[in-house]
Design a protein around this ligand. Structure first.
Ligand SMILES: Nc1ncnc2c1ncn2[C@@H]1O[C@H](COP(=O)(O)OP(=O)(O)OP(=O)(O)O)[C@@H](O)[C@H]1O
Ligand SMILES: [Mg+2]
Length: 245
């Protein structure tokens, strides 16, 4: 379980301080598929970076399974079971795709196993396994390789920042299946996805809406999604029906 307590994150902009995350408190339960959504610039990626340890909050505390991880490094958090796939993945010159997957899995991953992860994200494994993770990979390929590394890690909390970014419509269908499969296999773990996609929102257990550095709405999909889509929820429909409207 992940708990954020009164998290604020400020950056210096010229002579003024800009507050990007504003006194935000949030608890993410185990065994949940949670989707964070909200307008561009609302602070979603910043929040993911704070959870993964890429950035440190200006104030507030972060607890993971009861341990205070506010001051823990990215590596310490990764070892505790938090993994993060960036909105814009990092390229690693001189490192092959298979090396990246083996590093992620932290075990001797056979070529067949590595290929399995690549196939899951819709890449023809044999074409990619020995490719260098450099500028020659397209944005979409890189994004899929990064998702494969998070799958290979199989950690307690997997965070994906806009996994759909740069992925074409055809591959997107496959990607949804990857997430649906992950959702079906959740066991003592949680998946946190930042997304604007209705298809991803529609498989969430819980949806958190973040805007202007604050939580605007949070709850089970059935409650939040109808609001987001601007349609009445099933509950509202039933109520108006019962009322004879
Ligand atoms: N280091 C920084 N310095 C200055 N401003 C920053 C910094 N990091 C983030 N911001 C600003 O904070 C706001 C939130 O950024 P963030 O990337 O978290 O948004 P987001 O919700 O992920 O948006 P999107 O949906 O476009 O990915 C933006 O206005 C961004 O420009
Ligand atoms: Mg973002």
């Amino acid at each position: 379980m992940l708990t954020l307590e009164h998290i604020s994150f400020e950056v210096q902009e010229g002579s003024t301080e800009k507050e990007i995350i504003k006194d935000l408190s949030l608890t993410l339960d185990d065994n949940k598929f949670i989707v964070i959504t909200g307008p561009n610039g609302g602070g979603k990626s910043t929040l993911a970076r704070l959870i993964a340890g890429v950035a440190k909050p200006t104030s507030g505390r972060i607890y993971f399974d009861g341990t205070d991880i506010t001051d823990a490094s990215i590596t310490e958090r990764a070892n505790m079971g938090i993994s993060f796939a960036f909105q814009q993945p990092v390229r690693f010159k001189g490192v092959q795709v298979i090396d990246l997957l083996r590093l992620a899995a932290k075990k001797t991953l056979s070529v067949a196993d590595a290929c399995k992860y690549l196939s899951e994200v819709g890449l023809c494994a044999k074409d990619y396994i020995n490719r260098e993770v450099n500028a020659s990979l397209s944005g979409g390929e890189l994004k899929r390789i990064e998702i494969a590394t998070v799958l290979a890690r199989g950690t307690k909390l997997s965070i994906f920042d806009e996994p759909e970014a740069g992925i074409d419509l055809w591959s997107f269908q496959n990607l949804i299946q990857v997430f649906e499969k992950m959702r079906g296999e959740i066991h003592d773990s949680s998946i946190l996805i930042i997304s604007h996609q209705e298809r991803i929102l529609s498989i969430a257990d819980e949806i958190v809406v973040i805007a202007d550095g604050e939580i605007r709405n949070q709850g089970p999909r059935e409650e939040i999604l109808p609001d987001l889509l601007g349609t009445p929820s099933a509950v509202d429909v039933c109520r108006s029906y019962e009322g004879g409207n």
